[in-house]
Write a protein that binds this ligand. Structure first.
Ligand code: GDP
Length: 295
């Protein structure tokens, strides 16, 4: 199943339930089975799907619902709530601490929006009174440093990088050290990507991670990648300890169903990218996301 269809399939199942003349056990079961099938086909973990179905059933006890209550609305609300729960990892995640230097490393495949997201993240915090700085340790993509420089200059954020040095670890360490000395409280390290998951990329990430000891690693994922999202997030998680996820290009057509799949990896989604511009960046809100997915 194409992932963009996930939201549509779920909406359709809810719609059919809503249009039933009488909402009884069978109609509810049919609706939940349809939703479960759509989620499983989109590679959402079996356990998450099973929990979702049984929680909705528990919350919507059709036999005990008082007459006159709008069963359709109650069921719909329970489904939306349970889908939100799926995105809730239940774990607190790291947020930068005032009064110390926070190092945040960004990882992701080439084209995911990593470099753009680094500046967005820096700009977001700068507006909140932080003193961010950007380090470009992406020596793989020609033009990566120029892009970061351009973005950083526009946002008036200090940056560090090199056109000559080819060792990403060296650049990362030098950049972090320099900005620590200059008392920046939020140092953001952009790393190399590749077109696909490959050993060289993960090895490089591990080395940059070891050398800079970041407080947080953020995995950047393009919302349109569909079912590959789960595998990709898992592969990154196995190489470095990913603490949070940013889902980009939510302004596109895919509606970001991939985030639902990433949820299965139990990494919290913290921000979403909603455009190419620096300020098109929003704190992730599970409910809004689900409502949008359902169209
Ligand atoms: P990187 O290779 O992962 O560093 O990716 P880039 O940051 O260079 O982004 C790749 C492309 O995606 C660029 O054209 C960005 O402008 C674009 N991009 C990044 N984030 C978003 C987003 O949230 N929405 C849209 N529409 N485009 C984005």
């Amino acid at each position: 199943m194409v992932l963009a269809q996930l939201g549509e399939s779920i909406s359709q199942a809810i719609h059919e339930m809503s249009n039933a003349t009488i909402v009884d056990e069978k109609v509810l079961n049919d609706c939940l089975n349809e939703i479960a099938r759509a989620l499983l086909q989109a590679d959402v973990q079996f356990k998450l799907v099973r929990d979702m179905v049984s929680n909705v059933k528990k919350k919507v006890n059709l036999n005990n619902l008082a007459a006159g209550l709008n069963k359709r609305k109650i069921i719909e609300k329970a489904i939306v709530n349970e889908l939100c729960e799926m995105l809730d990892t239940g774990k607190p995640f790291f947020t930068p601490q005032k009064g110390k230097t926070n190092v945040v490393m960004f990882v992701g495949l080439q084209g995911s929006g990593k470099t753009t997201t680094c500046t967005k993240y820096a700009y977001y915090h700068q507006k909140k009174g932080w003193r961010p700085a950007l380090v470009c340790a992406d020596t793989f993509r020609a033009g990566a440093f120029d892009q970061l420089k351009q973005n950083a200059t526009k946002a008036k954020i200090p940056y560090y990088g090199s056109h000559l040095e080819s060792d990403p670890v060296k650049i990362a360490v030098e950049g972090v050290e320099r900005f620590k000395k200059e008392n920046h409280d939020l140092i953001i390290v952009d790393t190399s990507g590749r077109h696909k998951q490959e050993a060289a990329l993960f090895e490089e990430m591990r080395q940059v991670f070891e050398a800079t000891k970041p407080d947080l690693v953020i995995f950047v994922m393009d919302s349109s990648i569909g079912q590959a999202a789960f595998d990709q997030a898992q592969a990154f998680k196995q190489s470095v300890s990913v603490g949070a996820v940013v889902v980009t290009k939510m302004d596109g057509h895919a509606k970001g169903g991939g985030a639902l799949i990433v949820a299965a990896t139990k990494s919290p989604v913290i921000f979403i990218g909603t455009g190419e511009h620096m300020d098109q960046f929003e704190v992730f809100d599970a409910k809004q996301f689900i409502l949008r997915l359902l169209g």
